[in-house]
Design a binder for this molecule. Sequence first.
Ligand code: ARG
Length: 308
Amino acid sequence: MSAPSRLLVLLSAALSILAILPSPVQGVDPRLRMRGACDSVCRGFRQLKTVFFATECGEPNREPRVVGGQPTRQWEYPWLASLHYRGKLYCGASLVNEYYLITAAHCIKRVTMSRVEIVLGSYNKSDTSEESRAVRKVGSWWAHKSFSRRSYNNDIGVIKMDRPVIFSRNIRPVCLPSEDDYVGANGTVAGWGRQSEDGQASQVLRQVNVPIISNAECKTKNYKPDEITENMMCAGYDQGKIDACQGDSGGPLLYRNPKKGKIEIIGIVSWGQGCARAGYPGVYTRLSKYWNFINSHIYKEGCFCPAE
Ligand code: ARG
């Protein structure tokens, strides 16, 4: 190897070490961060894919495993996180990069930040011996400025963890939405919430599939038309029976994009009249309406590994 090329190797090694240090550069154009530091975070992880891991967003864990009915496969959705208040799970959240989670505004508004813990890499919420489990405190968080407690309009918030997580098999980011509209598609909601309106919360992460309906159609259901804003999205069956419920809030409505083969978060569990009632579909925050909000908080620091 010639001297100049050795120098180059050294330089790029030094650069990639710098790149993985969690020292966000303030005031840097986010696109530059994507191409510079983030490139090597995302790419560096991707190289491990051939061995075991994948770093790209939206890749579920789906090795064969026997699970009946509703529970997810263990760690199927490695971006699923839970928020705990004084030790009790009260909301879900989704990991979008090594620092940040997306959740519902109503999960963080008027909640004492210092009392909240974020649990990642978990499947059974009571099993604290889970090897992949990581616990973080909140570094800072932002509920959307226009969130309304009355209407639940703009029910979105961003959490920055006190320190980043290291991506692993059971802790990886989800992709952000790539389309504006998902009407007619099936979404998947996942969470540790109640299993019926007055029922018990789940120990393990569970999931249900729900059809996404247009807002026009949702307004013809039992909700009052103006309760459903363009920032919301409805999903559920006419006869009810299948839905998110208390404790699932803040967690994702997921969509597997067949063109990309990746899973995207397209909604956030927000509200509903009771749970799984006929004529009352679940209402989700429509994520595609919040690019500005997401960009203004998340692109500033940390890396967001794109789906491509
Ligand atoms: N707001 C509830 C929570 O805090 C979630 C409501 C979702 N309800 C529904 N029927 N989809 O956990």
